[in-house]
Design a protein around this ligand. Structure first.
Ligand code: ADP
Ligand code: ADP
Length: 225
């Protein structure tokens, strides 16, 4: 079964037709990367999946359920942004635990999940620190940790590495790939970086002017004459 199924999705911002009839199916556990020139609608598509945009037409199904009328928090998704969006006055532990606490998850369960995520991301020694005491790469790991502990069906990444320097970007790219292999969750990842797309993707989806122009395995797409 497809974890994500989008049918005839349209989104306008006033006169701008940002998404123009997108149909897309992503099977369970696949790593799909959305690429395309700036302004082609990648971010709008991702935010529509997350429930952060009101769509004009079409259907979005996550795990076989139509989510059009669901709030973001009910959609079985977890999202990672480029600007980390950490709470500055909460520790790393509290930042990672935040979404679980809001959902009234039992304390012991929260602790188990936070520690497991922190181990997986190599930040177990940083749980008592505040975000300002972390490097950019460490902050991004915390942001990813917040997503992991949710055990969501669908992971959404919006250019998560674009604020990092080149070396950290390389390192985090490897981490994200390893993470996908380890937790085997379906991931939708937006980037304008071709190396990221080539390294991470099982499927690359190329958008242009709000429509899907091509999709396929990385080598099939980029080796075409
Ligand atoms: P991408 O992520 O591929 O760069 P976006 O989804 O951000 O593209 O944008 C698609 C189109 O929608 C662009 O023309 C952009 O200017 C427009 N757009 C995006 N967000 C808004 C907004 N909040 N208000 C008005 N226009 C927007
Ligand atoms: P959490 O409980 O993890 O803080 P929510 O349940 O409030 O998250 O929302 C579900 C998902 O949608 C989360 O991954 C969150 O990051 C994202 N999200 C919710 N509201 C917004 C918003 N206003 N802008 C961007 N992302 C949001």
């Amino acid at each position: 079964m497809a974890d994500l199924k989008i049918t005839d999705l349209h989104k306008h911002y006033g006169p701008v037709h940002a998404v123009r009839g997108v149909d897309l199916e992503i099977p369970a556990r696949e790593f799909a990367v959305l690429v395309g020139p700036s302004g082609c609608g990648k971010s709008t598509l991702l935010r529509s999946i997350a429930g952060l945009e009101e769509i004009d037409r079409g259907t979005i199904e996550i795990g076989g359920k139509v989510v059009n009328d669901m709030r973001p928090r009910d959609r079985d998704i977890a999202m990672v942004f480029q600007n980390y969006a950490l709470y500055p006055y909460l520790t790393v532990y509290e930042n990672i635990a935040f979404g679980l606490k809001a959902r009234k998850t039992p304390k012991a369960e929260i602790e188990t999940r936070v520690k497991r995520a922190a181990d997986m991301l190599g930040i177990a020694g940083l749980l008592d620190r505040l975000p300002r005491q972390l490097s950019g790469g460490q902050r991004q790991r915390v942001a990813i940790g917040r997503a992991i502990v949710r055990n969501a069906r669908l992971f959404l990444f919006d250019e998560p590495l674009s604020n990092l320097d080149a070396q950290l970007r390389d390192e985090m790219r490897g981490e994200i790939k390893r993470l996908h292999q380890e937790i085997a969750t379906t991931m939708i990842y937006v980037t304008h970086d071709q190396i990221e797309a080539m390294t991470l993707a099982d499927r690359i989806v190329l958008l242009r002017d709000g429509k899907i122009e091509q999709q396929g395995k990385p080598l099939d797409l980029f080796e075409r004459p």
